[in-house]
Design a protein around this ligand. Structure first.
Ligand SMILES: [Mn+2]
Length: 296
């Protein structure tokens, strides 16, 4: 008999720590020293895992799949170097290289850079990118620091980790220097504002994503601040006018059949959360991603 949700072991969906080499690996990466505003994302992995227990009492009705039937394992948290961003990114990359399909629970957005480095080193070529966020994250630096959560895709594009013509950003709405916006678009990235999402439909946005990323391998990076602060208050750099969680779910569940190569869920900061709203949204979006994998 399955335990009630509150008594499920505190891994993601109660998943075991070990599985075979081809399993989807869930890991926590509690790094939050590259943020430019409110901290706290170091507590994200554990909060997302706890909230995920709500999702263990049935199938996903969007597809009648259950991600727990995938080979999945929650292998705990990656090791980091306390207070040291460059060494931490190196450690993340080294640990990520061991796994064929990673789902990372952040932590802040800087973690995506070493995750993409590891993925591209393993695959031998750039990937497409579906990026939900309030911010483009293509600033050349973070108040003078080259590494930080505002620069992750500046580096990823410059290092050839993502193919910018196969990269789409959804939910964008923060203040941004015009030069940064134009650099991003000039590289070929498609930017979909939060307002465009509101004025459109989930089906149309999902189609736009498919048109941009095509059938080649694609990575999903989901910054929870893509959601409106009313839907996800527990984050470091909130921006009003964002997506409702139903919109993000509705878009995501229409992305079955894409060649997903990995995912991260970043910027959940539990000290600023209210009643686990943000952690539950993050857990549910990850569960939906895993459901897409289970569907194929
Ligand atoms: Mn971000």
């Amino acid at each position: 008999m399955q335990p009630p949700t509150f008594a499920v072991p505190p891994s993601f969906l109660g998943a075991p720590a070990e599985a075979d080499d081809n399993a989807v690996r869930i890991v926590g990466i509690p790094l939050d020293i590259g943020v430019t505003n409110r901290p706290g994302a170091r507590f994200g992995p554990s909060a997302i895992r706890l909230a995920s227990r709500m999702l263990t009492d049935g199938d996903n009705p969007a597809s009648w799949t259950d991600p727990r039937l995938l080979p999945i394992a929650d292998s705990g948290d990656f090791r980091l170097a306390l207070g040291d961003i460059p060494t931490s990114l190196q450690l993340i990359e080294e640990q990520a290289r061991a796994h064929s399909h990673l789902v990372a629970l952040g932590g802040e957005h800087t973690i995506t850079l070493p995750l993409l480095r590891a993925l591209v080193a393993r695959r031998g070529g750039p990937v497409g990118l579906i990026h939900f966020d309030a911010h483009c994250d293509t600033w050349p630096d973070n108040f003078g620091q080259p590494l930080g959560h505002g620069s992750v895709f500046y580096h990823a594009i410059n290092e050839g980790l993502v193919a910018p013509h196969r990269m789409i950003q959804i939910g964008i709405r923060s203040p941004i220097p015009r030069a940064v916006w134009e650099w991003t678009q000039g590289k070929g990235v498609t930017i979909v504002s939060a307002e465009a999402v509101h004025e459109s439909s989930p089906a149309a946005i999902a189609q736009a994503i498919r048109d941009v990323v095509g059938r080649e391998p694609v990575y999903l990076s989901f910054d929870i601040d893509a959601l409106d602060p009313g839907q996800a208050p527990g984050t470091g750099t909130p921006e009003i006018g964002g997506l409702f969680s139903w919109q993000a779910m509705s878009i995501l569940k229409r992305l079955h059949g894409l060649a997903f190569a990995g995912m991260d869920m970043v910027e959940v900061s539990p000290p600023y959360d209210v009643a686990e709203i943000t952690a539950l949204a993050a857990a549910t979006l990850v569960w939906q991603y895993l459901s897409l994998l289970a569907e194929d």
